[in-house]
Design a binder for this molecule. Structure first.
Ligand code: C2E
Ligand code: MG
Ligand code: MG
Length: 476
């Protein structure tokens, strides 16, 4: 009896044990699954970018390292393209991060659609993308790809509420360019990218060893630029703008100069792009406006009396989207007591095209204050004429590169003629920039331009020399 009871208890215990075992196994299976899912998520987080779902920098470096290890000969078997959206910060600052994110996703999609299955696209950071083109046969196929990307990204992006035009700059490092590590190769591509940016953006540059030194120099320049305002190294030159009807000076364009303590005078064509890229243009631009308005006010009181001269101040893309731009202009006008009708702001055509909606709002506010507006460097930007007529700009400045070739190039002459005709139709006045010869002068007169500016009349001059010039009351 006792034995039977024992056996029964034993069987019960066995069944309970089996049951427990089953439960335990089930638990282990569940946990393993959970762990696998977690692991996959962690890997994804570690190797992919959350916004675009593209591989990230770590993934890219890893793949690049493998490509380097596998490349056996010295021929160009693959290439790294480092891309950066030009003036992306302007879009973020003006339209908000939501739109910026939407745009980045659209850029990623468009890039992906251009690539082959063997290529790898990654998001490296902010608005930076990298592409590993592999396999590549010749250097020319690489530059072809780069051109294709530049083209594809310069066409309009239609986002939910905005249409946006952007451009990108590309730095290229080829696999045979002495780079032994993936990090080094990406750095080389980044160096070439920096060169592409400083050479005017919207282009590609292929890395070569000589770039390193000049990029370093530019980086030094950036450091010096940060100190330049404080150390009062900037000053303004003024270039007369002539009325073709009277032959007399009607306005002055303020042009910034930088007297570098060791390197002498540095051209704004070199440092303004750096100032824009680093955001320093905000303070520099404010200084230019203050100085130019103050100077004109002084001239009005000392030499001009009732002679109505305007001052033209260049405003860059980054400034135009700064929310406090209008407040600052108001304050300067208030402090200097300058009549806003004597202030003209020059804005390049491409700036307007980059961000037409926001620009239009700012420009309207300026118009309400009777501040005049000029579209600068016309002919070099997107030339989207359809926007032009919606802008409250009174003047159009034909870029000097056009004007300087009208005496030798019939096609250019026709083009300038067409631009003048267009401006007339839109009720705008035309300034011909960069007039250097008497022949060009005669031609722009015949074309019925309204104003002219150029070395033929006067180079940009320091304020004291301008005061003397005005006192002589010259006529051309
Ligand atoms: P921009 O506004 O188109 O200015 C005209 C440029 O053409 C000036 O160059 C001027 O010196 C030059 N120029 C005038 N007449 C002639 C000529 O007959 N022949 C030739 N070859 N050139 C002529 P600069 O002063 O070197 O300025 C270059 C650019 O830098 C300006 O082009 C403007 O975009 C920018 N910049 C200058 N000052 C400022 C500033 O205060 N703020 C901003 N944001 N940009 C500025
Ligand atoms: Mg200008
Ligand atoms: Mg210009």
């Amino acid at each position: 009896m006792i034995r039977v009871q024992h056996q029964l208890a034993l069987r019960e215990a066995e069944t309970a044990l089996q049951c427990l075992n089953g439960q335990l196994e089930e638990r282990v299976r569940e946990r393993t699954q959970e762990l696998e899912i977690l692991n996959a998520r962690l890997t994804k987080m570690a190797l992919y970018d959350a916004l675009t779902e593209l591989p990230n920098r770590i993934f890219f470096i890893d793949s690049l390292a493998r490509a380097i290890a596998e490349s056996t000969d010295n021929a160009t078997s693959f290439a790294v393209l480092f891309l950066d959206c030009d003036r992306f910060k302007t879009i973020n600052d003006s339209l908000g991060y939501g739109v910026g994110d939407e745009l980045l996703k659209a850029v990623a999609d468009r890039l992906q659609s251009l690539l082959r299955p063997t290529d790898l696209l990654a998001r490296i950071g902010g608005d930076e993308f990298a592409i590993l083109l592999t396999p590549m046969s010749t250097a020319s196929t690489i530059t072809q790809s780069a051109n294709q990307i530049l083209d594809a990204l310069s066409t309009r992006f239609q986002l939910e509420n905005y249409e946006i035009f952007i451009s990108v700059s590309i730095g290229i490092a080829l696999s045979n360019s002495q780079s032994n590590s993936a990090e080094q190769m990406l750095r080389n591509a980044d160096t070439a990218l920096y060169r592409a940016k400083t050479q005017g953006k919207a282009q590609y540059q292929v890395f070569d060893e000589s770039m390193q030194a000049s990029v370093l120099q530019l980086l030094h320049l950036e450091t010096d630029l940060r100190k330049a305002l404080q150390q009062e190294e900037f000053f303004l030159h003024y270039q007369p703008i002539i009325s073709l009807a009277t032959g007399r000076i009607v306005g002055l364009e303020a042009l910034i100069r930088w007297q570098h303590p060791h390197r002498g005078c540095i051209s704004p064509a070199l440092f303004i792009p750096i100032a824009e890229e680093t955001g320093l243009i905000g303070r520099i631009g404010e200084w230019v406006l203050e100085e130019a308005c103050q100077q004109l006010r002084t001239w009005q009181q000392q030499v001009l009396q009732d002679y109505p001269l305007f001052v033209s101040v260049n405003v860059s893309a980054r400034q135009l989207v700064q929310p406090h731009l209008i407040d600052h202009i108001d304050r300067v006008l208030q402090e200097t007591q300058l009549n806003p009708g004597y202030l003209k702001l020059e804005i390049t055509e491409s700036v307007i095209m980059e961000n037409p909606q926001l620009t239009a709002i700012t420009l309207e506010k300026l118009q309400k204050r009777s501040i005049q507006l000029s579209v600068d460097d016309f002919g070099t930007g997107y030339s989207s004429l359809s926007y032009l007529h919606r802008l409250p700009a009174q003047t159009l400045k034909v870029d000097g590169s056009f004007v300087q070739s009208i005496d030798v190039d019939g096609e250019r002459l026709e083009l300038v003629q067409a631009i003048v005709g267009l401006a007339w139709n839109l009720g705008m006045e035309v300034v011909a920039e960069g007039v250097e010869t008497t022949k060009q002068f005669a031609q722009i007169k015949a074309l019925k331009c309204d104003y002219a500016q150029g070395y033929l009349f006067s180079k940009p001059l320091p304020a004291e020399a301008i005061a003397q010039l005005i006192a002589q009351s010259p006529q051309w």
